[in-house]
Design a protein around this ligand. Structure first.
Ligand code: ADP
Length: 484
């Protein structure tokens, strides 16, 4: 009997994270010019805990006038922020990083309440990585001329930044830290289902003494994002989100001199060879697809198993899936939390139906699913091929498709046969195979014998419909500079 089966007999005791230290306002205003201000629109919308369906707070919905005000304060702040000593810019950013660390627990709990991700992930991944990004770019602030020798890098001006709901604080950090380190100012819009940690970050920014208007945070839905994109006084657009919206943005910016970075969807291939360390690979496959309920643009959502080990890998995968705990995001035992919104749950369920209709063989682990909230058990599909919609399209949920292969060339062809090009994973003992695949796979990041590892020093971004440009590392600085 497999060792993992023993786990099935265990019953975990509840390990709930406390929420009594969390202070949330009933209503959140916009953060413009260093102050929380009421929206000109006078509109507020609910932000809902996806695990309980309860309203956590109300958040302002910014209209065109609000965006104008935010861009205007960012423009005014740019005059002095771009001129102050680079070392001083660095000091402010270091301060923000340290304040995030000090309040890490609070941020982790709010991230899980507002977005549905397991507290283990928000505590161990999202919040520490967000602080790391501020630390990393704080260090660059006074060294930018050394990063680009023999050039004269200059900031761009006002950066409009639009982020998604899957890693809310982390995406805010990815956007804000390099932009302000280079001397730009920022108008950032969080996603409508997960605005709270960005607004908490606004509190930190206010407390940090960062000059007014350097960072402005406007909340709202897609229309607010479009107002930022189309604003004539914005010099740069950084967007992370769906390929559909990315294409819209690209179209509306065609022919206009605005630097753009787009980090869009993905359909990552995770490839396991017969010589891989199977148990480690299975753990990696689980992490690749089920991290953050599969709401990850670089998720390893297409698994390719070499034919000789198919039965072993599938048996171990099913076994491991049966031990995953689905439920309360605030419980430290939880592996898979709540699906971020009712809309996203409907999308995932639509794809599960399509997968079945197209002849895929579905396997879902049996787990206790809470009555309220948005849930999807870990799911895999066998008997699928390249032409299936669930193999070609991004689902953004805990759904893995499984295909097989015999030779390296066959798997390279299958892995690259996708409109996307964001990420891939390779599991093998052979270094030579790793080198061959990292060259041949058309993906911005290829992990070898690991998956979903992020580091502020490492550039991230995609090819094809996965986007344009890179964030992180030196590449991430370049995206916020012009060279004269
Ligand atoms: P998803 O489909 O994963 O929800 P979206 O691409 O719709 O991703 O959302 C990512 C971010 O883009 C969110 O902050 C959202 O409000 C914003 N957004 C949606 N539509 C537009 C648009 N037309 N222009 C600019 N931003 C938009």
């Amino acid at each position: 009997m497999n060792r993992l089966n023993i786990n099935k007999k265990w019953d975990y005791s509840d390990a709930l994270e406390a929420t009594d230290h969390i202070i949330l306002k009933e209503k959140y205003d916009l953060f413009i010019n260093g102050e929380f201000v009421k929206p000109n629109s006078e509109k507020y919308f609910d932000t809902i805990n996806p695990a309980t369906d309860e309203i956590i707070a109300r958040v302002a919905g910014a209209n065109k006038k609000d965006v104008d005000f935010a861009v205007d304060s960012a423009r005014r702040a740019f005059k002095s922020w771009s001129k102050i000593k680079a070392k001083d810019r660095g000091k402010y950013i270091f301060r923000i990083a340290r304040m995030i660390q000090e309040r890490a627990k609070e941020f982790a709990v709010i991230e899980s309440m507002d977005g549905g991700k397991p507290i283990r992930e928000s505590r161990d991944i999202d919040i520490p990585l967000a602080a790391n990004h501020f630390f990393y770019y704080a260090g660059w602030a006074d060294k930018i001329e050394y990063a680009f020798p023999n050039k004269t890098p200059k900031p761009l001006g006002v950066a409009g930044q639009i982020i998604p709901w899957n890693f809310p604080l982390l995406m805010a950090a990815w956007k804000i830290a390099p932009a302000i380190a280079c001397g730009n100012t920022v108008v950032l819009k969080p996603a409508e289902t997960t605005s709270l940690t960005a607004l908490k970050l606004a509190e930190i920014i206010q407390e940090s003494g960062l000059p007014k208007g350097v960072v402005n945070i406007v909340t709202g839905a897609g229309q607010t994002g479009a107002e930022i994109v189309n604003h004539p006084d914005v010099n740069k657009i950084a967007f992370t989100g769906s390929t559909a919206v990315g294409k819209l943005i690209e179209r509306s910016l065609a022919g206009i001199e605005k630097k753009t970075t787009l980090e869009l969807g993905g359909k990552g291939a995770n490839i396991i060879f017969e010589d891989a360390a199977i148990d480690q690979a299975v753990e990696g496959i689980i992490n690749a697809i089920f991290l953050n309920q599969g709401h990850v643009c670089c998720a390893g959502s297409r698994l390719f198993i070499q034919e000789s080990i198919v039965n072993t890998v599938i048996e171990k995968l099913k076994d491991r899936m049966s031990s995953l705990v689905v439920g309360d995001p605030l419980d430290k035992n939880t592996d898979i939390g709540a699906i971020n919104s009712k809309e996203q749950l409907a999308t995932i369920n639509k794809y599960i139906q399509i997968g079945k209709q197209e002849g895929g063989e579905i396997y879902q682990s049996k787990c206790n699913i809470p009555k309220k909230g948005n849930w999807c058990p870990p799911t895999l599909f066998l008997n699928v091929s390249q032409s299936h919609a669930i193999v070609q399209e991004e689902i953004f949920g805990p759904v893995l498709t499984i295909q097989t292969f015999r030779t390296i060339n066959e798997v390279i062809e299958k892995a690259n046969n996708t409109p996307f090009g964001l990420s891939a994973g390779v599991w093998t003992e052979k270094g030579s195979k790793i080198f061959k695949l990292t060259q041949a796979l058309n993906a911005g990041v290829v992990w070898a014998n690991t998956y979903n590892k992020f580091d502020p020093a490492s550039p991230f971004g995609g090819f094809k419909e996965s986007g344009i440009g890179r964030e992180g590392g030196l590449h991430g600085l370049k995206a916020y500079l012009k060279f004269e």
